[in-house]
Design a protein around this ligand. Structure first.
Ligand SMILES: Nc1nc2c(ncn2[C@@H]2O[C@H](COP(=O)(O)OP(=O)(O)OP(=O)(O)O)[C@@H](O)[C@H]2O)c(=O)[nH]1
Ligand SMILES: [Mg+2]
Length: 199
C-alpha cells in the first residue's frame, strides 16, 4: 500500500480536490484517530500520533494508493486547549462535514473504555441528517480483558442501537483487531462513489 501526506488545511478553498472518494476520521482528542490511519495504511509515522492531545489543529489530507483520500480531523473535547482555538475548530469541522462533496464515510473513533457521550450521539445524529455514512470504531480493546470487552460492547451497542450492528467495530492498533472489518466497510462504501458534478 502506498500512502502519502498531501496537505493540511482549515478552509474549504484550501482542501484538496474532490475527484477521489474520501474517508474522514473524527472523535475526541486522544481517541486514536491518527494511530488508526497509521494502522490502516501500515505506515507508523504517516499521521502524527502523540501523547499530547489536541496537537492536530488542522484537517490533514492523505492520498492512499492514488485512489482514495483520508482526512484526519482535529480532536475535540480536550480541556487543555484554549477556548479561542476550540471555538474555531467547531465551525471548521462542521463546515468540512457539511460541504465536502466527495466525503463517503465518517469514521467516528471512540475509546472502548469510555461511554458514548452526548456530544458523540449529537454528532452521529447530525451526520445522519446530512446523509453521511458513519462507522463507529471502538479503539484500544487491547487495554481490556475479553470479558471486559464483551461488557463494554454490549453497553455501547445498546447506546447506539439505532445504528446497524456492522457499523460498530471493536478495534486495536496494537493487536490489529478490527482492521479487516474497517477496510471492508471503507471498500463497500467507497465503491459506490461517483465523482461530484462540476458546479
Ligand atoms: N493501547 C492502545 N493505544 C492506542 C490505540 N490507539 C491509539 N492509542 C494511543 O493513544 C494515544 C492517542 O492516539 P492518537 O492517534 O494520537 O489520538 P488522536 O485521536 O489522533 O488525538 P488528537 O490528534 O489529539 O485528536 C497515543 O499514545 C496512541 O499510541 C490502541 O488501539 N491501543
Ligand atoms: Mg491525531
Amino acid at each position: 500500500m502506498k500512502a502519502e501526506f498531501v496537505k493540511s488545511a482549515a478552509r474549504p478553498d484550501h482542501f484538496t480536490g474532490e475527484d477521489l472518494p474520501e474517508v474522514a476520521f473524527v472523535g475526541r482528542s486522544n481517541s486514536g484517530k491518527s494511530t488508526l490511519i497509521n494502522a490502516l495504511t501500515g505506515q507508523k509515522r504517516l499521521a502524527k500520533a502523540s501523547n499530547s492531545p489536541g496537537r492536530t489543529q488542522l484537517i490533514q489530507f492523505f492520498l492512499i494508493n492514488g485512489s482514495l483520500s483520508f482526512a484526519d480531523l482535529p480532536g475535540y473535547g480536550y480541556a487543555k486547549v484554549p477556548e479561542s482555538i476550540r471555538s474555531s475548530w467547531r465551525p471548521m469541522i462542521e463546515t468540512y462535514l457539511r460541504v465536502r462533496a466527495n466525503l463517503c464515510l465518517v469514521v467516528l473513533v471512540a475509546d472502548i473504555r469510555r461511554d458514548i457521550t452526548n456530544d458523540e450521539l449529537l454528532l452521529i445524529d447530525w451526520l445522519t441528517q446530512y446523509e453521511r455514512a458513519v462507522l463507529v470504531v471502538l479503539s484500544k480493546t487491547d487495554k481490556l480483558s475479553a470479558n471486559e470487552q464483551a461488557l463494554r460492547m454490549k453497553k455501547i451497542r445498546k447506546a447506539l442501537s439505532f445504528l446497524p450492528p456492522e457499523r460498530i467495530c471493536p478495534y486495536s492498533a496494537k493487536t490489529g483487531k478490527g482492521r479487516e472489518q474497517i477496510w471492508q466497510s471503507i471498500g463497500g462504501i467507497v465503491q459506490d462513489f461517483t465523482k461530484p458534478a462540476e458546479e
